[in-house]
Structures are given as C-alpha cells and as structure tokens.
Design a protein around this ligand. Sequence first.
Ligand code: F6P
Length: 374
Amino acid sequence: MAKQIGILTAGGDSPGLNAAIRGVGKAAIHKYGMNVIGFKDGFRGLMQNRFVRLTPEELSGILTKGGTILGAGRDKPHRMDVGGSVMDMTDLMVEHFGDHQLDALVCIGGGGTQKNAFRLAEKGLPIVTLPKTIDNDVWGTDTTFGFDTALGIATEAIDRLHSTAHAHHRIVVVEIMGHNTGWLALGAGLAGGADVILIPEVAYDIDVVAESILKRRAAGSTFSIVAVSEGAHTGETRGEVEYPSLDHIAGEGAAAMVAELAELRAALRGSTGRLSQALEEMTGLEARVTILGHVQRGGTPSPEDRLLATILGTAAADVVEAGISGVMVGVRNGEAATVPLEEVAGKRKTVPLDHPWLATARSLGISLGDRGEE
Ligand code: F6P
C-alpha cells in the first residue's frame, strides 16, 4: 500500500526550503506513489492539524522561491505557547500524526528542529529530518542548505562595502549572522577580503583589533573592513547566549523568562555598535556599522543550495520508503548519508580551531582579534 507522509519546516526560514519540500514530495509521489501532506508553520501546524495536500501541482514552480510555502515557526512541541500558557503539546501532535495515518514525518530545520524532532521520535513517531540553516551549525552533516546562499549574500555585501569604506577612509564594521558559530562570518570575510574577522570560536581583544587597523593605516591602507559574527565576544563579555532550559517552568514564569532573554538578546545585538564606537575612539578613524540581518536569509537559493536540498530531499523519500526513521539525512563527502537523530540532537557544529579557513585567514594577515598570529 502507498505510504502517507507529512512534511514540516521549522525554525527560522532559509533559502532552499522549498527546493527540499519539492525534492521530498516529488520523489515520494513519482518514485513511490506516496501521498504527501504539509503541515503549516512548523510544529504549530501539526499541533493545530493545519495542513495542505502536496500534489505535483503544489510542488511545481517552487524550486527557486525563497522562504517556505509551508510557513515556519520556532515553536517547541514540549513548550508551546497556547493562549498565553506554555504547555507540552507533544501528545496532541502524536494524535494528529495518527489521525492522518502517516508512515513518516519529515521535519526540515536547523539545530533546534533536530532536537524537537528527536523529542517526537522518542514518543514513537517515525521521524526523518533534513538539515537547513544559514548558520551551517548542524552536527553530523558536512554542510546545511541555506548556508551557501547566505555566504553569497554576505560576501557581496562586503564587496560593496569596500568601495564606500575606501572612498571615505572609514572603518566599516559589518555584522553577519550565524547564531553562536562563525562559519558565515569567516567564510564571507575570507571570500570578501575583510581585514578583520571576529567569530565566537575565537575570543577577541579590542586592543588587538585596533592595533591591526592602525598597522594597516601606517602601511598606507586608509580603510578597514571588520566582519563580525553576531555571536563574537571578548571572552569576559561572552556573547554566547546559552538559553537556559525552561522545560520545568510553565505559565507566567516562563513568559517572564522569555521576555528577559529577549532583552538580553537585544542588548547583545547592540554590541556591534559598541565595537564600532570603541574602534573609532581607539584609532581616531571614522567608523560605520552595517548589520546585514535577515537579508541573509531571503530570496532565491543559490544553485548549490538548490542542488543540496534536492539531493537530500529525494534521499529522504528513499529513506522513508526503506522504512528507516529516527535519522537525519545529512551530507558526507558530497553524498547523502543518514545519521541517528540521537547523535545530532542537542549538539552544535562550531568552527574547529584547527580549521583550514582559520589558518588561511592568518596566512593572509587577517586579524582574528586574538594574539594567535603573533
Ligand atoms: O538560525 C538562523 C538565524 O538566522 C541565525 O543566524 C540568527 O541568529 C537567528 O536565526 C535569528 O532568528 P530570528 O529570525 O528568529 O530573529
């Protein structure tokens, strides 16, 4: 009998999500004759049983589109905001999965989604996940779709900032997303020729950054581009936001804590502005800030992301047909490979300190804000 599968996209959106939905859906329908539905807005749609039937028509013409036709959301199944109260809604989700007589649920998302999907797998649901995020920080996969597109956008932004920084003899500090990892800032910084690259994995010293800019100045360069990851920090004022588990709190307490965390996050967001101001004061050079923000997540996916999302999406349909679940379909050496969800959930892939990109940056004389290069 033909299998029934559900798909949802959770977490922040990223380029390539539609390509992945299309890959899973088309392969499921054309290769295996499966019936496919999509839940709206991530886990919330599963909880509320809001879904659409994904027919070949629905899956057509979406390959190049940004965002997700299903909608996304950062809800966690075990901590859903339901009418102002925070509740564990996993059982209702399991019930809705059963109502549709699904054989598998394909959850497409980043690190948080892998964790949330694993929770549903622990409840007995046959789950298959795919890794997407512009941050490239999902454990157990060489890369994630969304990353390449964002890398292109951030690199182009740095390219454009060069000419204006040069014209005004300024320091331009460009903040790049990446959550608590530096893949995006390091990759774009290298590809765009930034003079300083600051990432969360390497704590920076503001004196070292200022010195490197003054050294450039003394050597005749009248401008500098500082590519800073949103999670970069000085060590003492560690930027990393380790969100405490709110699992044990419900109702108003949780809401207050979430509000406090949002404030903390907002304060951290201002840190790039403070970095720029400090550099201006310490070097005597004019500085400006550019925060790339969600521009990095929008628009058409790059060919590489379309390809990756399509390869992994179709592989997910094969995995479902084979009756395998509790796995993420990631990529290893250019090929789709399954990794047990329990190995992926709760881990983050940071930039290793011996990564060749870091060595390359140091060889070029790019300052990473530490004294490592001296
Ligand atoms: O995880 C993707 C990402 O864009 C991160 O780089 C960033 O820190 C975060 O999402 C922003 O989330 P939101 O869109 O919820 O503000």
